[in-house]
Design a protein around this ligand. Structure first.
Ligand SMILES: *Cc1c(COP(=O)(O)O)cnc(C)c1O
Length: 389
């Protein structure tokens, strides 16, 4: 593997030099006002990225998975009912975590490649006249299948049913790279991590709690210690954590949100869309199909690409790493061996992306797939040339 080439996995993402430097800092007293000067701007910045006026932000030394656990354990009790669709590996793992915590999950099995079934959610919520369902889970971007779901539509389903359930959204591979509107969409808990859209090393779980989610703390009885947001909030008031914070990562996060807001969130989203569209043009030129079943659910942060029947898609990932020192993503769960993934989120340019497309082509030709060298690159070049900013 080469340290020179960009990675094309859907997280951890490529790190800009300025963020690597921001993470690398001398030790400081994490109970001093100096730490507060790092912590508070980072919290404020995350709030802006989530597009929320009212959310309380909590950042744990953990990863996105710890963010899920924070969401569940702070707001729910054993036996509480949760509604969730399973349409990929990440929604599956979140459901699994609910079950391990003794929650009663009503699962809507959804084809891998399809988006969240808002209509089905509405039907189930309408039928739940006693309002037993406490939370609706939604994975905004299924990183396993390259599918972006419509969170506004899920909110509409809740509203149409007049149902008071909370809406928890996994935005680990969407937040800070695709449009996310916590307040407008009525999201009660938003979950993300440091190593995807924020372009940092893994190590932070980042969550936003709405006032309604904060109120749920009063009744929730699931055990929690490390992930107790009340302890965390009390610490913040004194420029501290209930334990030792990951100071360097928080300093990096502070720089990351500055970078994102300087570029402008809408410009960040446009850039991701343009880069993704170039990749999709290449996939089309190769004569291959995306796992995403329709245009409206195609993700701007990761493309899962189906390979021909009888071909092991994982070979592409292995060969790319071995021969060219380039990392692509393997297929996970139900689509293991059937897709390979090109991650295109975080710190990436058109030019970097062309190198990934070119590498994928060399690999597929090496492995005997019927692909013409340069075909995908040319399609993406044409797109980038005509859509440059
Ligand atoms: C990466 C990812 C996660 C898991 O995050 P970790 O930081 O690896 O714990 C969860 N959900 C989605 C959608 C992801 O892409």
């Amino acid at each position: 593997m080469s340290f020179q080439n960009p990675v094309f996995i859907p997280g951890p993402t490529n790190m800009p030099e300025s963020l690597r430097k921001a993470v690398d800092m001398p030790t400081l007293d994490h109970r001093s006002p100096l730490f507060g000067q790092i912590l508070h701007p980072a919290l404020d910045g995350v709030k802006k990225v989530l597009k929320s006026e009212t959310a309380k932000i909590f950042i744990f030394p953990s990863t996105g998975t710890g963010g899920w656990e924070t969401a569940l354990t702070n707001t729910l009790s054993v036996g509480d009912k949760v509604l969730a669709a399973r349409n990929g590996m990440f929604s599956h793992r979140w459901i699994d975590m609910c079950q391990r915590h003794g929650l009663d999950v009503q699962i809507v099995e959804t084809p891998w490649g399809a988006g969240l079934p808002a209509d089905k959610y509405e039907e189930i919520l309408k039928a739940d006249t006693n309002h037993e369902i406490k939370v609706v889970l939604a994975t905004h971007n299924e990183t396993a299948t390259g599918v972006r779901s419509n969170i506004a539509a899920v909110r509409k389903a809740l509203d149409a049913a007049g149902h008071p359930a909370m809406l928890f959204v996994d935005g680990v591979s969407s937040i800070a790279s695709m449009d996310f509107r916590m307040d407008e969409w009525g999201v009660d808990i938003a979950v993300t991590g440091s190593q995807k859209g924020f372009m940092l090393p893994a190590g932070l779980a980042i969550v936003g709690f709405s006032p309604k989610a904060m109120a749920a703390l009063e009744t929730a009885t699931l055990p929690r210690t490390f992930f107790d947001v009340r302890d965390m909030g009390n610490g913040y008031a004194n420029n501290a954590y209930p334990y030792t914070p990951a100071v360097g990562l928080l300093n990096g996060l502070n720089e990351s949100v500055k970078m994102l807001l300087d570029e402008g969130l809408e410009n960040v989203f446009t850039r991701h869309h343009r880069i993704a569209e170039g990749v999709r043009q290449a996939v089309n030129a190769w004569g291959l199909e995306l796992c995403a079943v329709s245009k409206d659910v195609q993700s701007d942060t990761v493309s899962a690409i189906r390979t021909p029947e009888g071909f092991n898609a994982t070979d592409i990932v292995t060969h790319a790493a071995d021969k060219y020192g380039v990392a692509f993503g393997v297929g996970l769960g139900e689509v293991a061996g059937k897709v390979f993934r090109i991650g295109h989120l975080g710190s990436l340019t058109d030019v970097m992306t062309l190198s990934g497309i070119a590498t994928a082509e060399m690999v597929m030709v090496d492995l005997g797939l019927d692909i013409k060298l340069g075909s995908g690159v040319a399609a993406a070049q044409e797109y980038y040339r005509n859509n440059a900013v």
